[in-house]
Ligand binder design. Structure first.
Ligand SMILES: Nc1ncnc2c1ncn2[C@@H]1O[C@H](COP(=O)(O)OP(=O)(O)O)[C@@H](O)[C@H]1O
Ligand SMILES: [Mg+2]
Length: 254
């Protein structure tokens, strides 16, 4: 299963979700690869100790300057979780691939030889619907869409759904929405309750039953290069992301 974690809005919890869902799946015994295709490299920085110690990054593989994707895959701080690392150089990918006939297919091509090695590949995407995100959507079998439960959270959803539909038509007919995850949820506010109702109305059963609460521990853990499971194993965030991973394992069986 190749899951793109995507939403063109920034700050909705894509990276936090990618790292912690990948960690939860790895800790449950699955072989997991996190593919960081965001030029900001936040997920790389959140769970890899010294990403600059290797000469290349995923950018070089996508640009065919480095032949072997294995050379940009490193161990993370989570046992069983490996990461194909990103770097700021990834920002040069979109202009470089524009006009290349296979520009939308590069990620799919580079994952093809290694995909069978992993039960789950999770892709962290940048906050745009540009060529990088399109590469992720073309390469994936499933999508996980984090939505922040706040005012204006559904703004842009139409564009995202339209893009998904286009990708299905031209490149990836079997692309499925695995689930919609409500993030940065604040149970104390009335607006959050109202917003959840609206999200449920649009996405129905696709919405995971587990919501991710706003929590200080989830915000802190990246700075220590740890997933929530070692940084604060008994926190609410750890419990919730573990439950989301269980829901994903359940949905993966179907
Ligand atoms: N559940 C949460 N509770 C508190 N802070 C969070 C939570 N999820 C994410 N954050 C913080 O919010 C910011 C944006 O989250 P991030 O995962 O980087 O979003 P994105 O990748 O969509 O831009 C980060 O500073 C992150 O640490
Ligand atoms: Mg991010």
């Amino acid at each position: 299963m190749i899951i793109a974690v995507t939403n063109q809005k920034g700050g909705v919890g894509k990276t936090t979700t990618t790292v912690n869902v990948a960690a939860a799946l790895a800790l449950s015994g699955c072989r997991v690869l996190l593919v960081d295709i965001d030029p900001q490299a936040h997920s790389t920085k959140s769970c890899v100790k010294e990403p600059d110690s290797i000469p290349h990054s995923l950018y070089d593989v996508l640009m065919r300057r480095e032949e072997n994707i294995q050379n940009v895959i490193v161990k993370s701080t989570v046992p069983g979780l490996e990461v194909a690392i990103s770097r700021i150089a990834m920002a040069k990918l979109e202009p470089a691939l524009l006009g290349e006939i296979d520009g939308h297919f590069r990620l799919k091509d580079v994952l093809a030889p290694i995909r069978r090695k992993y039960e789950f590949i999770l892709i962290d995407t940048p906050p745009t619907l540009g060529l990088i995100t399109v590469n992720a959507l073309v390469a994936s079998t499933h999508l996980l869409i984090p939505i922040q439960s706040s005012y204006l959270c559904l703004e842009g959803t139409d564009d995202l759904l339209e893009t998904i539909e286009k990708i299905r038509r031209v490149a990836n007919p079997n692309l499925e929405i695995l689930g919609v995850l409500i993030t940065l949820h604040d149970t104390r506010t009335n607006i959050a309750k109202d917003v959840v109702k609206r999200i449920l109305k649009v996405f129905g059963e696709k919405v995971f039953q587990t919501y991710i609460s706003k929590s200080v521990k989830l915000e802190e853990s990246p700075a220590y290069k740890e997933s929530i499971f070692t940084y604060a194993a008994n926190s609410i965030g750890a419990l919730q992301y573990k439950k989301v991973a269980e829901e994903i394992l359940e949905r993966a069986k179907k």
